[in-house]
Design a protein around this ligand. Structure first.
Ligand code: TRH
Length: 377
């Protein structure tokens, strides 16, 4: 008998909530033979990542996952064996009753936000609140032993390695997006929130002797890019050249294509949670724009990650990458930090590979969830 899972996702903003839950749902089906319903309240956000989604349907199958539109008026539904509330979303009260009424009590978990902070290890797997006799548990993704790990599909790194070794496959992929890569240009992807530091970073690249080609998928940072270009209307595909820098806006691609984009690039600027993890699996140096939270709590998360990530780097490389990330997240001048990062690029590139392998030596998040359930029953 397959285990039935219900994953609940409310799209708060952006694409991280649906990005993470969609990835998890597919993996549970493909690799663990689970039966998965994914309840999503905003199918339009989902459609951006997976264009096959029909936003008019209450129920549809996508890649083996039963996708359910989470209606405002909840209809009576039988609870599953395992229930995941992603990012502390509130389940419908009638569904919680259904959980409590089940003959076999389901395992109820909150899939939390990703953080490298130390306290995560102590809290992962602990009981949280109870509804009637149904106990909820905290499940924390993370980078350290003792956490729930990171989402990583089976064979991902092998697929990535093959793609990165295949210049022809990369060329075809990029051409499909309208990108012609010049042989000596450093290719950079840029996915970020609005950022006041962008102009100084672009200035630094434009003034360099090395050529840069920055690919910007449509999104929130485009306003800053447009301002830097002097109000040149940005059209998808068009090339904008300033000195050594070429800027090109890309369409927002489907989620699996975004991986390939990261794999093609020498350096990836990413944000939030899911793209941040995917850039790590790309094995290339990265720049993280963390999701801003009230009272600057995100800055502690940034520092916690930097502490882990920069271990083993030379002091110069450590200083360069930490300085770059801090400046980017404060919207400050990037010029000197970018220069320093360029100087350390060889070491940072090797380090990105080593970090990726170290993280991949741990159990992935889907496997850890399945194991948690196995231990629990
Ligand atoms: O969109 P985000 O900023 O999401 C954020 C964060 O997850 C944040 O932690 C959370 O609190 C907030 O949402 C609500 O960044 P993230 O997490 O990287 O998600 C983006 C998703 O979009 C990811 O799955 C990759 C995908 N993507 C594509 O599919 N195609 C694209 O072209 C791009 C640029 C991204």
């Amino acid at each position: 008998m397959t285990v039935r899972w219900d994953i609940f996702c409310t799209v708060v903003d952006n694409f991280g909530d649906i990005g993470v839950t969609w990835r998890l749902a597919r993996q549970l089906v493909a690799e663990h033979q689970c039966t998965v319903r994914l309840w999503v309240d905003d199918l339009r956000a989902f459609e951006r990542l997976c264009p096959e989604i029909d936003v008019s349907l209450g129920e549809q199958w996508q890649q083996g996952v039963q996708v359910r539109h989470w209606p405002k008026e909840w209809l009576p539904t039988e609870a599953a064996d395992v229930v995941i509330a992603a990012f502390a979303c509130q389940l419908p009260s009638a569904y919680m009753d259904a959980m409590a009424e089940r003959q076999t009590t389901p395992l109820w978990m909150n899939l939390d936000y990703l953080s490298a902070e130390d306290w995560v290890v102590g809290c992962h797997g602990l009981p949280s609140v109870k509804y009637k006799h149904v106990q909820k548990y905290f499940f924390f993704p993370g980078f350290q032993a003792g956490t729930g790990g990171l989402l990583r599909e089976a064979g991902l790194l092998e697929r990535r390695r093959q793609f990165q070794q295949n210049a022809q496959a990369q060329r075809i992929f990029l051409q499909g997006l309208g990108v012609d890569r010049e042989a000596d240009a450093c290719l950079i992807s840029l996915f970020a929130y609005e950022n006041a530091g962008l102009a100084s970073w672009f200035d630094a690249m434009a003034a360099d002797t090395q050529a840069f080609h920055v690919l910007v998928p449509e999104g929130r940072v485009l306003g800053d890019v447009e301002r830097w270009l002097g109000g040149d209307g940005l059209k998808v595909g068009a090339l904008h050249r300033r000195g050594a820098l070429t800027v090109q806006v890309l369409p927002f691609v489907r989620q699996d294509q975004y991986d390939q984009l990261l794999w093609c690039c020498d350096f990836n600027a990413v944000r939030g949670e899911d793209s941040f993890v995917r850039a790590q699996w790309a094995g290339r140096p990265l720049l993280w724009h963390i999701y801003q939270q009230e009272e600057d709590v995100h800055l502690e998360k940034l520092e916690a990650f930097l502490r882990l990530y920069t271990q083993g780097l030379s002091p110069a490389a450590q200083k360069a990458i930490s300085g770059l990330w801090r400046a980017w997240n404060a919207g400050q001048d990037m010029t000197e930090h970018w220069k320093a990062t360029r100087q350390e690029q060889q070491e940072l590139a090797e380090h990105a590979q080593a970090w990726c392998l170290e993280q991949a030596s741990r159990a992935d998040l889907a496997a850890a969830l399945v194991k948690f359930y196995g231990n629990w029953i």
